[in-house]
Design a protein around this ligand. Structure first.
Ligand code: RFL
Length: 406
């Protein structure tokens, strides 16, 4: 049924309509609601889906401080694990960096994204916040006019696909890279995009971590990564051919390849267990610039997608949404639009810094394959970079600051 054929259309209102209930949307909604700003969250998926979607795990010290400031960090303090070491395994040997003792002396907290989302949601609902699950935003209308609206369709089981037109003063696009906010941008809005030409098999294993560090293996067969998530679940990455079918890899093949690239023979074998999630991730990065289009404001992955090589996406989402909550509060509660006018510029400074470091990490961990002169050149630069990281204290301090910083 088309929108016009549907007789059951309804109108609702909120000062801020937040699209998406990921880390960005839920952080923003919590902050706005706590300050008495009238807001609603529209989320395409159902509650069980958003509370179980496993993605990020490494939260920067600044992210934890931000969540703490707003009383949103109880769960991660109780169950999160401090983490401050990474280990590089290369054909020239292995070395460890205790990054929590370098640079600004900050550590990560490892806390699965689905647990963070569950906590943020519980906090928001307990405070009386409004959210509509199984409600897909279709488009944002009139973002540059006096009456911005969001057309949204209820997709829940047993509903008739009713379209609701939400009238808003501001719309926060926190609905990720394929959401309605990006689709509603004016034609010609610049999306600065880079395809790194590299793919990873992203894996979650029902197995305890195999080392007490983030493991980065640089191997002629390709990159492999190890990241703790919980005492029973570990994330691994394996560089793979673009277009790989993740289900073509048996669990045994995955573990054998991980053991080879992680050079387990020189250390100890990895703790094996069933692979419970496998997806192919094409390493791509993009930035929408500017982040404000009239009353439509982008945050989180909707604003910028950093390739996951440096664990920045969820951290940027929290940082940006605190800035956005402050700016919307100043505007709606005090009539002061200064911070909203600066929101895009301020956030983009952090976004580009994160993009730059993520790009640097990709170049540290991968080199184009092949025997030609260019491959040799890149491979030699990469070795040289790893060598600086192993030997230079100044280089290590810079790495630590960039790795945890946001
Ligand atoms: P999300 O988490 O994608 O949430 C968007 C929400 O919007 C909903 N949605 C819609 N709702 C209504 N209408 C529509 N039309 C909608 N379209 C979509 C979706 O259902 C969803 O609930 O975006 P958000 O909030 O901006 O958060 C971003 C983070 O999820 C992302 O940046 C991180 O997961 C990136 N990332 C990592 N970041 C870190 O800071 N540290 C890490 O350790 C880390 N590890 C990772 C990662 C991303 C990974 N993947 C997905 C490539 C590891 C992996 C494997």
């Amino acid at each position: 049924m088309t929108e016009s054929q549907n007789t059951r259309t309804a109108r609702e209102k909120a000062d801020v309509v937040v699209l998406g209930a990921g880390p960005a949307g839920l952080t923003l909604a919590n902050l706005l609601h706590a300050r008495g700003i009238d807001c609603v969250v529209l989320e395409r998926a159902d509650r069980a889906h958003v509370e179980t979607r496993a993605r990020a795990g490494f939260l920067a010290a600044n992210t934890v401080r931000t969540l703490d400031r707003h009383g949103l960090a109880d769960g991660l303090h109780r169950r999160g694990q401090p983490h401050g070491t990474c280990e590089f395994r290369t054909d020239g040997g292995s070395f460890r960096l205790d990054y929590a003792g370098l640079g600004r002396r900050e550590a990560h907290t490892v806390y699965p994204q689905q647990d963070l989302v569950t906590d943020l949601l519980a906090h928001y609902l307990a405070a009386g916040g409004r959210i509509r699950f199984t409600t897909e935003a279709l488009t944002v209308h009139d973002a540059h006019g006096p009456r911005p609206t969001v057309a949204a369709r209820d997709t829940g089981a047993g509903t008739d696909g009713e379209t609701v037109h939400w009238q808003a003063r501001y719309v926060a696009g926190c609905d990720g890279r394929h959401g309605a906010a990006r689709r509603s941008l004016p034609p010609g809005t610049p999306r600065h995009h880079r395809d790194h030409g590299i793919s990873w098999l992203g894996l979650l294993a029902q197995a305890p971590p195999s080392l007490d560090a983030v493991g980065y293996a640089v191997h002629h067969r390709g990159f492999a990564g190890h990241m703790a998530r919980t005492p029973d679940v570990t994330r691994y990455y394996l560089q793979c051919e673009r277009g790989t079918d993740p289900h073509a890899w048996s669990d045994e093949r995955i573990w054998d390849e991980l053991d080879t690239r992680m050079r387990s023979a020189d250390h100890h074998p990895l703790h094996r267990g069933p692979i419970i999630q496998r997806t192919v991730i094409d390493l791509e990065s993009d930035v929408i610039q500017p982040l404000r289009h009239g009353s439509l404001l982008l945050a989180g992955d909707a604003a910028s997608l950093p390739a996951p090589a440096a664990a920045k996406g969820a951290n940027l989402a929290v940082l940006e949404t605190e800035l956005l909550a402050d700016a919307l509060t100043d505007t709606l509660a005090h009539g002061d639009t200064g911070a909203l006018d600066r929101y895009s510029r301020t956030s983009l400074t952090h976004i580009w810094r994160a993009q730059e470091f993520s790009h640097w990490m990709i170049q540290l961990l991968h080199a184009p394959p092949g025997p030609d002169g260019e491959s040799f050149f890149h491979e030699s630069m990469r070795r040289s970079r790893l060598d600086s990281l192993r030997t230079s204290r100044a280089f290590q301090d810079w790495f630590a600051e960039s790795y945890v910083g946001i």
